[in-house]
Design a binder for this molecule. Sequence first.
Ligand SMILES: [Zn+2]
Length: 474
Amino acid sequence: MYLTMIGLEVHTHLTSLKTKLFCSCPSDYVGKPPNSNVCPVCLGLPGAIPVFNETALKFALMVGLALGSRISDRITFVRKHYFYPDMSKNYQISQYDGPGTEAVAMGGEVKLRDKKIRIRRINIEEDPAKSIYPTGSMLTSTYTMLDYNRSGVGMLEIVTEPDMSEPREAREFIEKLRSILEHLGVCDGSIEGAIRADANVSVEGGERVEVKNIGSAKDVESAITYEISRQRAAVSQGLGVRRETRHWDSERRVTVPLRTKETDEDYRYFPDPDLPPIQVTASLIEDIKSSMPELPDQRIQRFMAQYGINEYNATVLVMDKGLADFYERVTLHYNNYPKVASLLINDYLRWLNEKDMKISQSKAGPEQVAELLRMLENGTITIKIAKEFLPRMIYEGKSPRELMEATNMTALRDMTILEDIVNQVLAENPEVVKKAKADSKVIHFLVGQVMKKTGKRAEPETVYKLIEEKIARI
Ligand SMILES: [Zn+2]
């Protein structure tokens, strides 16, 4: 087995910032007409002077403290030079931990299920403009258009040590980081492009390859999986793996060469003379520490203690802050907490994923979900019917009571009617009944027939018991 090393550079927009990092243009650029959200500073016009948005520092410090990083007492901005069409100044204002320059935070860690991933550093930086490829992809389009609405939007770059060895861990890292950022209230990870990552992947016997600009946690896992098998094949064929930067083509699900990797020297980092260094005072750090919100790991522990749910369910809920908030709102209306957790995780989430919806887009509110669970508990509807109601609640906003009245789907609890139907099914299927006497698994077929005749209004367990008793007496 080849040793594999994976490190990530995660770029996360500080979506909670009202304005861009160095000018007063709004940072919310999504859906705006191209190049409508710009000024001389974020267009990089000569003579325009950047002014630092200090809320970005506060957000960066919150992230640093949440990850247990060492906060620098002085931070500086550097110019990172490279020539690229989306970068009108030909440099990006960023941070760097070199001689005389300091990033906002160094070190720290993110705990995954069975591993700790060390953080190398956290930088504040500006996003470049967005390149648009009208006639295809980055590699195939015959021309490129530039939209500067995104130029200058505040980001954090969070760089890990190469502590991951499996693609799955990289996905889990990003999901956990996203949950931390959402709990801190600095980034809404559900906004398209708000969290992107570069993955550094190397296998034993080859050099490090960087895969640029991957758009989602799932794609990070796929890109790394692809890259590992490509590199292993190259090494085993004696071709070697050279140091380079590759691009993840999310349509074709492959990585393709982009350029041979720049070294840090190529970027000609130097302190930005327009932006004086900033002192980070102990009192600022204390202020932020005292107002830190509850973080995912604490919330998982609280969910287990307060709601009596297991660690797995608590983790699934908390990894999606929106879902965890929704869960807590349902528990205000219905107090069988483990039931709420299992309905959300096993059913509610599935219907959301089916249509690629966020929880905020669901039309079924906490009260409706609680009502559904209450109707199930007091036997008004069966579990099968509850499962049928759920997607209509989520997509159409119908309440369970409305659905029940419209479909006449109340549970069939009149045992004489149910017995009649069971007798009818047994009479209609004499051969199956014979088989069922020898093999109890066959009973499920008969249960299915009864369910069909009742329009799924019977409780399967009750029907099963009824059939079992009757067969024993035949
Ligand atoms: Zn601007």
